[in-house]
Design a protein around this ligand. Structure first.
Ligand code: PLP
Length: 815
C-alpha cells in the first residue's frame, strides 16, 4: 500500500482551509464566522481521510477480507472534528494554520454540534468500537439511523428538567457523503402471497432508505471504515395531481411517513418503548443494512456458501434482532435457499450482544402488532422457532421466542446467533444464570464474555492533554496511545516523588480548567484543592444518584451541627439526563438541584461543601469533567449495571472509584488492585437475600439515624420549600426501596469518610490515582474489538490485518 496523503504541513493545511472557505463555502476570510472556519477545517481534514479510506476499501476487496457489520440503533459519537484531526496527527498543524488566519483552534473545535445519536453507554460503546476497529484495522461497517433529532437537550427550569429538540443537522454536516446510489425500498404491513417456502410480500406502505456515509479514521490514519446511516425518503414524489385537487394532506402522506421514520431518537434505552414507530425504525435500518450487506457480497461474486467466511453481523442489543428473520427471508426469497439451509446459515453470520438483565428493558412485541407491521417476518419467526425446536429436541416446552402472545427479541436473537456475549465478566455469568439459563443449557458454548472498553484516543489522549504529555514524556514515545497496556510502564515511577508531583500537577491543571468553566456556566467556582467527586451518567434508580444525594444531605446536616470539625472540602458534581417519561428520575434531578441551591447558599458550607449540576450532560461535557475528577461514583445496586464504561474513563484519568461489586467495577478493582479502589455495599447475592427481608427499608432507616434524618429533612420541605414535592421519593425510600439505597447507605457513608481521610494524605492519594492510570490499559476498546475477533467473529490478525481465521472454517457452530 502506498503511503496515503494524510499528512500536511501547517502551510499546506492552511491553503486547503482557505480553498474550502473560498470554493466550498463561498466566503472571504475577512468575513468568515467561526462556523465557516469550522466547516472549512472539517472539509480540509476530510480530504485527507479519503485516501486511506479508499485504500482500506481496496485492500478489503483485493484480499477478500472478512467484514464486520456492527448494527446499532445508537451511535453516540459526539464531536468528530477533534477525533479526526488527532488521529491524522494534524493537531499542531491545524492549530498553527488557523492561528495564521487569526482564528482560535479551540473555539473552532467547540463550535461543532454533537452527533448525539444515542442515549448513553450503549451508543457510546458503538462509537468507541467504530474508532477502535479503524485503529486495529478491522474491515468494518457501522450501520444505524441518521436521526434528524438526536438526544434531547436538557435545561433546568427551577431545578426541573426541561427537554428541547436537538437539531444537529440544522447546519451543514461536513463529514457525511450522501449516497443516492445506495437506496433500498423498505416495506411495512400488507399481505403475503404464495404457498411454498418462497413467498411474495406485498407491503402496504414503504419508505426508501437512503445512505449517508461518514468515514471513521483510525489512529495514525492507517485504516478507515464507514459509518453508514440510513435516512427515510419518500417512495413517491410529492403528488401534484392530488395537491391540485385540494387534497393537501394526502398529497404529502408518503413524504410524511418517510420523514417520521428517521426523525427522532427514542430518548430511552432502558424500557421497552412499545411503539409502532419504534418497531418500524428497527426494521427500517436493519432491513436496509442486511440488503446492503448482501448486495456487496453478491458484487464480489462468491457462492452463497461462503457468506459466513466473509460476513459477520453484530447486533448491538436486540434493537436490530429482526436482522435474523430478514436475512433468512432474503436467503429464501432472493437467493432461493431452502428454509433449513437459510436458518442454519444465519446462525453462522449473526451474533448478539446483550446489554441488560433488567426485565423491563427486554424487548418484546405483541404478536398482533408484529404481524401487522411485518406479516412475512411473523411467519418466519414462527418457523425459526420451530426449526430451533427441531434442531434441539431436548428444548423445554416453555422455551420459545413466541410466548404469551409476544415475540421475545432476546430469545429470538439468541436462537439465531453463533455467539451471544455479555459486556463484563459478572454480567456474562449472571446472563447464564438468569435470562438465558435454559438456552445456555442447550448451547453451552454460545455465551462468551467481551468486557467493554473505551477508546484511549478520545478518553485519554485528547481529553487529557496534561496527563498525556506526562505519559508520553515518561514512556519516551506515543506508542502507548494504541498499545494501552504500555501504561504499566508508569508503575515504576509512582514511588518517585518528583514524578508524582508532575502527575498531581496535571490533575490540578484540569481541575482549574473545570472550575473556570463551571464559573462561566453555573456561576460557581469550586476550589481546585477540594476533592472533586463526580457522578455522571443517565439518571436511573438503579444507578442510585439518590444514594449520593442522601449522603450529600447528611454531610450538609453534620457540617451545620459541627462546622469546626476538620471537614475535607468536597465538591459534588452531577451530570445526566432522565428519560422524559421517567417521573422518579426527574424527581431525583429536581432534588439534586434543590439541594445544590441550599448547600451553595449556606455560608457555613463555604470551603467545605459545594454541589454542581451543569445541565445537558453529553460527550463533550464528559470530556471536560473526567480529567478533573478525583473520585468516580459507580454505586449501582449490585447485579444491575451490565458493565459501565464511565467507570473506565474516570479510572484511566486518575480518579479513584467508590463502587459496588457490579458490572466492570469488579474487573477494574482486580486490575488496579483492591487497595486502590473504595469498595462498599452488598454483593449481588446479598442484594437478592436482602430483598426477601420484610420491611428492609424501614429496618435500614431505624438502624442508621443519619439516613433517617436526611430523609426527614427532605420530607419537611428543606429542599425546595414544599413538603409535598418529594412525596414520591420519600415514600420509595421509607417503604419500598427496590434498589436498596437505604440498606447500602451506612456502608456508603462510612466509605466516604474513609475517602475524606485518605484524600487528606495527598501523597498517598496521588500514588493510588497514578496506579489507577498505570493499570487501566486493559480497558482500551482496542482490546475489546480484538476479543470480538477472537471469540465472536472468528477472525485473526494476519500480516497486521484482520482476516477470517485460517485453517478450521467456522462451521463448527451447532445450531
Ligand atoms: C461513557 C458515557 C456514558 C456511559 O456512562 P456510564 O457511567 O457507564 O453509564 C453515558 N453518556 C456519555 C455521554 C458517556 O460519554
Amino acid at each position: 500500500m502506498t503511503q496515503p496523503a494524510t499528512s500536511a504541513s501547517p502551510k499546506e493545511l492552511g491553503q486547503s482551509i482557505r480553498d474550502h472557505l473560498t470554493y466550498s463555502i463561498g466566503k472571504d476570510a475577512g468575513h468568515a464566522s467561526v462556523h465557516d472556519w469550522r466547516v472549512a477545517l472539517s472539509l480540509a481534514i476530510r480530504d485527507r481521510i479519503v485516501e486511506p479510506w479508499f485504500a482500506s476499501t481496496r485492500a478489503t476487496y483485493d484480499r477478500h477480507l472478512k467484514r464486520v457489520h456492527y448494527l446499532s440503533m445508537e451511535f453516540l459519537i459526539g464531536r468528530l472534528l477533534e477525533d479526526s484531526v488527532v488521529n491524522l496527527g494534524l493537531d499542531d498543524a491545524a492549530r498553527e494554520a488557523l492561528h495564521g488566519f487569526g482564528v482560535d483552534y479551540d473555539e473552532v473545535i467547540h463550535d461543532e454540534p454533537e452527533a448525539a445519536l444515542g442515549n448513553g453507554g450503549l451508543g457510546r460503546l458503538a462509537a468507541c468500537y467504530m474508532e477502535s476497529m479503524a485503529t486495529v484495522g478491522i474491515p468494518a461497517y457501522g450501520y444505524g439511523l441518521r436521526y434528524e433529532h438526536g438526544l434531547f437537550r436538557q435545561r433546568f427550569d427551577h431545578g426541573r428538567q426541561v427537554e428541547t429538540a436537538d437539531s444537529w443537522l440544522k447546519s451543514r454536516n461536513p463529514w457525511e457523503f450522501e449516497r443516492p446510489e445506495a437506496a433500498y425500498e423498505i416495506g411495512f404491513g400488507g399481505w403475503v402471497e404464495g404457498d411454498g417456502a418462497k413467498k411474495v410480500w406485498h407491503p402496504e406502505e414503504s419508505v426508501i432508505a437512503a445512505a449517508y456515509d461518514t468515514p471513521i479514521i483510525g489512529w495514525k490514519g492507517r485504516w478507515a471504515n464507514t459509518l453508514r446511516l440510513w435516512s427515510g425518503k419518500a417512495v413517491a414524489e410529492f403528488d401534484l395531481a392530488r395537491f391540485n385537487r385540494g387534497e393537501y394532506v394526502a398529497a404529502g402522506a408518503a413524504e410524511s411517513l418517510a420523514r417520521t421514520i428517521s426523525r427522532v431518537l427514542y430518548p430511552d434505552d432502558s424500557t421497552e418503548a412499545g411503539k409502532e414507530l419504534r418497531l418500524k425504525q428497527e426494521y427500517f435500518f436493519t432491513a436496509a443494512s442486511v440488503r446492503d450487506i448482501m448486495r456487496r457480497f453478491v458484487y464480489e461474486g462468491e457462492s452463497i456458501a461462503k457468506l459466513p467466511d466473509r460476513v459477520a453481523i453484530q447486533m448491538n442489543d436486540t434493537h436490530p434482532a429482526i436482522a435474523g428473520a430478514e436475512l433468512v427471508r432474503v436467503l429464501i426469497d432472493d437467493f432461493s435457499q431452502p428454509f433449513d439451509e437459510a436458518a442454519d446459515m444465519a446462525v453462522r453470520v449473526l451474533n448478539y450482544t446483550n446489554h441488560t438483565l433488567l426485565p423491563e428493558a427486554l424487548e418484546a412485541w405483541s404478536e398482533g402488532l408484529f404481524r401487522k407491521i411485518l406479516p412475512r417476518h411473523m411467519d418466519l419467526v414462527e418457523r425459526i422457532d420451530d426449526h430451533h425446536k427441531r434442531r434441539n429436541p431436548k428444548r423445554p416446552w416453555e422455551l420459545s421466542a413466541i410466548h404469551h402472545g409476544s415475540v421475545h427479541m432476546g430469545t429470538l436473537a439468541f436462537m439465531q446467533s453463533g455467539h451471544v456475549n455479555g459486556v463484563s465478566a459478572l454480567h456474562t455469568e449472571l446472563m447464564k444464570e438468569t435470562v438465558f439459563h435454559d438456552l445456555n443449557q442447550l448451547h453451552p458454548d454460545r455465551i462468551v464474555n467481551v468486557t467493554n472498553g473505551v477508546t484511549p484516543r478520545r478518553w485519554l489522549y485528547s481529553a487529557n492533554p496534561a496527563l498525556s504529555a506526562l505519559v508520553t514524556d515518561t514512556l519516551g514515545s506515543e506508542d502507548w496511545v494504541d498499545h494501552l497496556d504500555q501504561l504499566s510502564g508508569l508503575e515504576s515511577h509512582v514511588t518517585d516523588q518528583g514524578w508524582l508531583d508532575r502527575y498531581a500537577a496535571a490533575k490540578r491543571d484540569n481541575k482549574v480548567a473545570l472550575s473556570n468553566w463551571l464559573g462561566e456556566t453555573l456561576g460557581i467556582t469550586p476550589d481546585p484543592d477540594a476533592l472533586y467527586d463526580v457522578q455522571i451518567k443517565r439518571i436511573h434508580e438503579y444507578k442510585r444518584q439518590l444514594l449520593n444525594i442522601l449522603e450529600t444531605i447528611a454531610r450538609w446536616d453534620e457540617i451545620r451541627q459541627n462546622p469546626d470539625a476538620d471537614w475535607q472540602p468536597r465538591v459534588k458534581i452531577f451530570g445526566g439526563k432522565a428519560a422524559p417519561g421517567y417521573a422518579v428520575a426527574k424527581e431525583i434531578i429536581n432534588l439534586i438541584n434543590d439541594v445544590a441551591t441550599v448547600v451553595n447558599n449556606d455560608p457555613l458550607m463555604k470551603g467545605r461543601l459545594m454541589v454542581a449540576y451543569p445541565p445537558n450532560y453529553n460527550v463533550s461535557m464528559a470530556v471536560r469533567l473526567i480529567p478533573a475528577a478525583d473520585l468516580s461514583e459507580q454505586i449501582s445496586t449490585a447485579g444491575k449495571e451490565a458493565s459501565g464504561t464511565g467507570n473506565m474513563k474516570l479510572s484511566m484519568n486518575g480518579a479513584l472509584t467508590i463502587g459496588t461489586l457490579d458490572g466492570a467495577n469488579v474487573e477494574i478493582r482486580e486490575h488496579v488492585g483492591p487497595e486502590n479502589f473504595f469498595l462498599f455495599g452488598m454483593t449481588t447475592e446479598q442484594v437478592e437475600a436482602r430483598r426477601q427481608v420484610p420491611d428492609h427499608a424501614r429496618k435500614a432507616n431505624s438502624d442508621c439515624p443519619s439516613l433517617s434524618r436526611a430523609i426527614s429533612l427532605i420530607a419537611l420541605g428543606t429542599f425546595g420549600g414544599d413538603p409535598a414535592r418529594y412525596g414520591r421519593l420519600v415514600d420509595i425510600l421509607t417503604n419500598w426501596d427496590t434498589y436498596l439505597v437505604c440498606s447500602d447507605f451506612a456502608d456508603y457513608q462510612s466509605t466516604q469518610r474513609r475517602i475524606d481521610a485518605s484524600y487528606g494524605d495527598r501523597a498517598e492519594w496521588n500514588r493510588m490515582a497514578a496506579l489507577n492510570t498505570a493499570r487501566m490499559g486493559w480497558f482500551s476498546s482496542d482490546r475489546s474489538v480484538r476479543d470480538y475477533m477472537d471469540r465472536v467473529w472468528n477472525m485473526e490478525m494476519r500480516d497486521g490485518r484482520a482476516a477470517a481465521r485460517s485453517g478450521q472454517p467456522d462451521n463448527a457452530i451447532a445450531v
